[in-house]
Design a protein around this ligand. Structure first.
Ligand code: NAP
Length: 480
């Protein structure tokens, strides 16, 4: 194996590991992940496969070569002969097994040290439209709780279809199941490589996820993508005002723009980006699906892409909990797979809502965006969200339009601002960043837009942070 490729991919695999880990804990602006062993990443990935004709074996070897993973051949105690696999014979061994729900063909031997693996690629041929029953035996023979399983199958024509969902249903709910992929005997190695790359395996370490980098002004999301930690909110900015505000922000060095279907300004945001002259790839665009779009989310995602005039959306959120939100999230998951959205997340979901929602989805949200300002701090919610490796983003950082004065004129905040030679707005934004909360202040005033980005040349002391923390009065400024 090419050692260089192997070592790059060894590092590359780690963010995916963290996606599979549920017990991440995190303190202010720093993350500690559960991948806290010294085992090299490639030794924590296993490609387990069952192959009779060599087709699945070939794909398994390519995956192992690409990821540096170990290989494990699931070998039947009694090998399958060609006659056993004759699907035209209704009494052949495999036909009978496939038609018997309780059939569990025995496996020869077992895999030592399965508990040391975090990611399992699981390969099998499609038999009679389904996964061979020996894979059921395999899945039921080990405890895969908390691990990530990525199935792949080989077939002439059938897709992975319900074999994927049927296998998933055999697993504990803590297993992270990545929707599977079908290959054929003629699939080129390059296609397998592209698939592995599409799994958002990147060259960063799990330790970086959720940690704010104040030099690059970004944070690494659990999706493997990087997000700026300060940007521009565009709620209530319409038409030319929106175009100009977006363009001003980008020209001033801002790289994150937050919009939503409900703001009626996705076209203007797209136009503002083009007017700014900043290349699209340098801009991180967040938009949101509204509740009235949840029952036709696939179509709504296409509309958002069209309105923004982009080929992909960096981050799409569900704006609120609501009817069909799981369906809408699944449509976003599909769009991630199709390359139309890089990262997905939620907005206005609190602990109770997340507890109910997360077990129903496959891709862990990368971001949750909720109301957060010194008078409404969500100190109970933030650690819960960050503890799951999800980045917290705050809306109404300055209290929201019509509510900014009591915050900006607050005596404690003003005194801290004066001590640093900064404005109250800058202090509030900085306080958020030091708590590990991404900020998206809204403004149509170019001077304010520049001011709000200029928050990296000072640092609040622990004492100052504590004073602002003390201002919490559970005062929500909007209904959701
Ligand atoms: P905000 O950022 O808390 O406050 C905006 C107000 O602050 C505007 O009146 C603005 O006036 C003023 N302002 C901005 N910078 C200032 C500065 N440096 N000094 C003094 N005043 C300043 O409220 P928001 O814009 O409504 O919320 C932020 C973003 O969060 C929204 O734009 C939107 O993208 C997002 N959001 C999301 C949700 C959700 O449900 N997910 C809900 C609400 C908002 P000027 O224009 O004069 O600067």
């Amino acid at each position: 194996m090419d050692k260089k490729v192997m070592s790059i991919l060894a590092l590359a695999a780690i963010p995916l590991l963290s996606i599979g880990c549920q017990d991440t804990t995190k303190s202010e602006a720093s993350a500690k992940t559960s991948a806290g062993t010294n085992t090299p990443a490639e030794e924590r990935i296993l490609v387990a496969y069952f192959s009779c004709t060599g087709t699945t074996e070939q794909i398994a070897e390519w995956i192992a070569g690409q990821t540096g993973a170990n290989l494990y051949h699931i070998t039947p105690e009694i090998p399958y002969t060609a006659a056993d696999r004759n699907y035209r014979d209704s009494s052949s061994r495999a036909t009978v097994e496939q038609n018997t729900p309780s059939a569990r063909p025995s496996i020869s031997g077992s895999k030592e040290g399965m508990e040391n693996y975090d990611i399992l690629f699981l390969g099998y041929p499609i038999w009679w439209g389904q996964c061979p029953k020996i894979i059921y035996t395999f899945l039921e023979s080990y405890d895969f709780s908390g691990k990530t399983i990525i199935p792949f199958c080989t077939s002439h024509s059938s897709g992975i279809g319900s074999s994927d969902t049927n296998l998933h249903s055999l697993c504990a709910s803590s297993v992270r199941w990545i929707p599977g992929q079908r290959f054929s005997a003629t699939t080129p190695k390059e296609t397998v490589k592209e698939w592995i790359n599409s799994l958002n395996i990147h060259k960063n370490t799990a330790q970086d996820i959720g940690v704010f980098n104040f030099d690059t002004k970004t944070v690494l999301l659990n999706s493997g993508h990087t997000m700026p930690i300060v940007g521009l909110g565009t709620y209530s900015l319409l038409d030319d005002v929106c175009v100009n505000s977006v363009s001003e922000s980008l020209k001033a060095g801002g790289r994150l723009i937050d919009t939503a279907y409900m703001y009626h300004n996705e076209e203007s945001v797209g136009q503002g980006i083009r007017v700014s002259g900043v290349p699209r790839e340098e801009v991180f665009i967040t938009t949101k699906l509204y509740m009235n779009q949840y029952d036709h989310a696939g179509e709504a995602i296409e509309q958002a892409l069209q309105k923004l005039g982009v080929e992909y959306i960096d981050l799409m959120l569900l704006h609120h909990p609501g009817a069909h939100d799981v369906d809408a999230y699944k449509a976003m998951e599909k769009a991630v797979k199709d390359g139309k959205i890089h990262s997905i997340g939620l907005s206005n979901y609190y602990v109770e809502e997340l507890e109910a929602f997360l077990p129903k989805i496959t891709i862990m949200p990368a971001v949750v965006q909720n109301e957060i300002h010194p008078f409404y701090q969500e100190n109970d919610v933030i650690p819960y969200i960050q503890g799951k490796g999800i980045v917290m983003e705050g809306w109404y950082p300055l209290g929201g339009r019509g509510h900014t004065a009591p915050l900006l004129q607050n005596e404690i905040i003003s005194a801290i601002a004066q001590a640093h030679g900064k404005s109250s707005a800058q202090v509030i934004l900085r306080w958020n960043l030091q708590k590990g909360v991404v900020v998206i202040p809204g403004s149509s005033n170019p001077a304010h837009i520049r001011e709000n980005l200029d928050i990296f040349d000072f640092e609040l002391t622990d004492e100052e942070m504590a004073k602002i923390n003390g201002l919490d009065r559970n005062e929500k400024h909007d209904w959701y």
